[in-house]
Write a protein that binds this ligand. Sequence first.
Ligand code: NAD
Length: 458
Amino acid sequence: MSLKIINPATEELIKEVPTDTKDTLKHKFDSLRAALPAWKKTSVRDRILMMSKFADLLRENKDRLAQILSDEMGKPLNEALGEIKASAVKTQFFLQESEKHLRKEKVNHDGSTEEYIAYEPLGVIANISAWNYPYLVGVNIFVPALICGNAVFYKPSEFSTLTGIEIEKLLIEAGFPSSIFQLAIGAKEVGQALLELPLDGYFFTGSYATGKHIATTVAPKLVPVGLELGGKDPLYVTDQVISLKETAESALSGAFYNNGQSCCSVERIYVHEKVYDEFLGHFLEAASKLKVGNPNEKGITQGAISRFEHLNYLQNQVTDATSKGAKLELGGKIIKGPGYFFEPTVLTNVNHQMDVMKEESFGPIIGIQKVVNDEEAIKLMNDTDYGLTASVYTSKRNRGEEIMEQIDAGTCYLNCCDRVSGYTPWSGRKNSGLGMTLSFHGIFTFVKPKALHLRQQH
Ligand code: NAD
């Protein structure tokens, strides 16, 4: 069996890659398990040195890696380059902070007994990954997992397999033993086969539907499960912003960067009625300058949609909205091939009866809704099954913070959007996920604490 890697911008076959079978997966699992005891004995410092080398290799190879990524998933070359550089930066947090957090710590002295907390790796874990930012979302998981001493079974998405193969090569070049990071190559069936193996933890990035399936399937194993899932992230523009033009440009970037194929893309915008018309004018002006086309060409802001089937999904969201009274301000159609392209699309006169305001679009579509006050904005922002991120734009910090306190999302932004930092926890609420990555919380995700009560014999 093999996996056909298709360039979504040209529909050309890039490569065919042999896929794993249940037998090869079992063999790889056995070698991960066998390598674990020696790997656990390496020091955190040595693992950090290897990871630091990996980050250097990402930087050194960035042009080549960016081309591979852009070719297989369709994002503009400069965005692919930006992702790789940002991944190396994001890795810094774990390089700087892991050792201090993983150190055995004396927490109490109770008479003749010393009490410690020590940390041990989970074991052999699965990292089942997505294609939209394979480097950035990988850094959330395999980087801390390896530093913590786990062996990692990494399943790249079938839409970013070549990138997964490059990641493995660079990790080995950086000094990681080949047996502690193994690839599971293939699509859904290969992911499903990983669920049947006796892994010690499952860490997944992808859609709510798959995440729920994974969590429920592996539940009887009683092992840790981490889910980084989708979002329907809102952005609210209050009537107190210093520049509506800058606000509109920032919101536009949040909605359309990576063709809207980001878990924390801005997926719906609410604008205070006092500034609505002016905001919309600026937004449409900026949106009309977006350029769709060959991801290799300079000046292209919108590359290809990565998955062919998603074109119809996007078209259906537009049709659903317009049939219920939405106004199509811009775009709205699949662009004729070759390649999978969709016009940057702006809908107004939208409401929460429409899929475009409730279901994740994961594409270059945005709905903009007018609101009368903060109360209505907060109600609408929370009217969702998801809870990944939310943004508020206002020059009044107190007003912004008060609004953010009332939003049920793992991350809130004031006057910015669509950003992730290694220093803050990344977690989704409701259907956006389970567990946490990044920050010191995202180190502890990959270890088991052990309580030690030590009494000296006299
Ligand atoms: P997906 O759920 O279709 O696939 C994700 C991975 O799961 C792929 O590797 C796929 O092969 C595998 N898979 C599919 N079925 C499986 C099964 N039955 N058992 C085991 N594995 C299986 O998601 P996608 O299209 O790759 O990614 C898009 C989604 O990911 C969006 O919803 C997006 O918001 C979300 N996402 C979330 C984050 C986050 O940090 N919260 C980051 C990136 C993407």
